[in-house]
Design a protein around this ligand. Structure first.
Ligand SMILES: NC(=O)C1=CN([C@@H]2O[C@H](COP(=O)(O)OP(=O)(O)OC[C@H]3O[C@@H](n4cnc5c(N)ncnc54)[C@H](O)[C@@H]3O)[C@@H](O)[C@H]2O)C=CC1
Ligand SMILES: O=C(CO)COP(=O)(O)O
Length: 351
């Protein structure tokens, strides 16, 4: 269904866009609710048929977004193949480590790829691939077929219509602009950008850095430490991004500084909460059970650490988070080692 207030002539996602959101977690549900509130008729694919039935019956995702009543124009289905046959564009909101499986299944079911907006943040553990690389390998060889949506956007604030701004990045400016207009609403602003690599690396890395600041805050290391971790964390994501071909300016935009600030300081962040609880002395296993949702920084810490070694850049904060999460390194010793690193010029060390 067309949004009556949209005068944008959509060129890539159909004159009358029919969005299918893949992933019935908090972000997939929030994006589907948002599109419905913005005047469209989206469909939400929820893998678990029991949850899909419960959402359709109660008009609420009681597991992942409790308390939010879903607009009538939003349909919910567990039947992927049937939903794909009606869609004109896809929105990917599946945790990173499962994207390859889901996209392979989607690609098999479609006669040709539909334009896709990747809203997942992370780096695959087994291959060190980013979201657009996974798309290229299993969904479509043409990078113009997908865009990345990223930026500071807590799911609950989006559905509460709190003012939010994100970025839509694609090498195809028409796709980036179509998505900009599709998601646009008086409370939701979308900027475009071409630098897919920078946008997706920023979104992946900020989750690891949010765990770092969470640990520091959980250990009560102070406001100075948090500011230093955020700033040096920004230098790390920029350094990795530039080595991998990204535009350094991307990291001072919404998907870089914007999302890093949000996630590293906002207590709604699941990644920050993982860090806080670790800093308070809880075990990772118990924290993840209690959380019940994905904290992408946990797996991305391992991927980012390996990727940094592969491409030959130093990411000391990322390495510290990796060692704490995956090698049971002592928190205090690991963080204080960051302070004992060789003294350098900030200019020399930035890029
Ligand atoms: N929640 C948020 O505020 C935001 C989340 N994101 C990103 O969105 C992605 C998804 O996160 P959330 O929805 O928040 O996670 P979540 O933990 O709330 O939900 C994940 C959902 O994915 C489903 N899922 C997992 N593996 C699947 C598979 N193989 N096939 C089908 N469904 C599968 C789960 O059943 C669950 O419904 C993550 O990369 C996250 O970083 C991005 C921006 C905001
Ligand atoms: O990406 C997010 C906000 O932009 C959500 O962050 P968390 O996954 O840490 O909750």
């Amino acid at each position: 269904m067309a949004n009556p207030s949209s005068h944008h002539p959509f060129s890539r996602i159909g004159n009358s866009p029919s969005p299918l959101i893949l992933g019935g977690g908090s972000w997939g549900t929030a994006l589907a609710v948002h599109l419905a509130l913005a005047g469209w008729s989206p469909t939400l694919w929820v893998r678990d048929p029991i949850l899909a039935q419960d959402i359709a019956r109660t008009r609420e995702n009681r597991v992942y977004l409790p308390g939010m009543i879903l607009p009538e124009s939003l349909s919910v289905t567990p039947n992927l193949e049937e939903a794909l046959s009606q869609a004109t564009l896809l929105v990917l909101a599946i945790p990173c480590q499962s994207c390859r499986d889901v996209l392979s299944r989607v690609a098999k079911a479609l006669p040709r790829p539909l334009p896709l907006a990747g809203a997942t943040k992370g780096i695959e553990n087994s291959t060190l691939a980013t979201i657009s690389e996974i798309c290229r390998e299993v969904y479509s060889p043409d990078p113009n077929d997908y865009a990345i949506l990223s930026g500071p956007s807590f799911a609950r604030e989006v559905v509460e219509k709190k003012p939010t701004a994100i970025v839509s990045a694609s090498p195809d400016p028409e796709l980036a602009r179509d998505l900009q207009h599709l998601f646009n609403a008086p409370w939701f602003k979308v900027y475009t950008r071409r630098d897919v690599r920078g946008i997706e690396l920023a979104g992946a890395m900020k989750n690891v850095l949010a765990i770092a600041t969470g640990i520091s805050d959980g250990m009560k290391l102070g406001d100075n430490a948090r500011a230093a971790l955020i700033t040096r964390g920004l230098a790390e994501m920029t350094r990795l991004g530039v080595r991998m071909g990204a535009d350094p300016l991307t990291f001072s935009g919404l998907a870089g500084v914007g999302d890093l600030l949000l996630t590293a300081t906002g207590d709604k962040s699941r990644n920050r909460r993982v860090g806080l609880r670790l800093g308070e002395g809880h075990s990772l296993a118990s924290i993840l059970i209690e959380l019940g949702q994905v904290a992408e920084g946990v797996t991305t810490a391992a991927s980012a650490h390996a990727l940094a070694e592969k491409v030959g850049v130093e990411l000391p904060i990322t390495r510290a988070v990796y060692r704490i999460l995956h090698e049971h390194a002592d928190l205090g010793t690991t963080l204080s080692a960051l302070m004992r690193r060789p003294l350098r010029s900030e200019e020399e060390y930035d890029l």
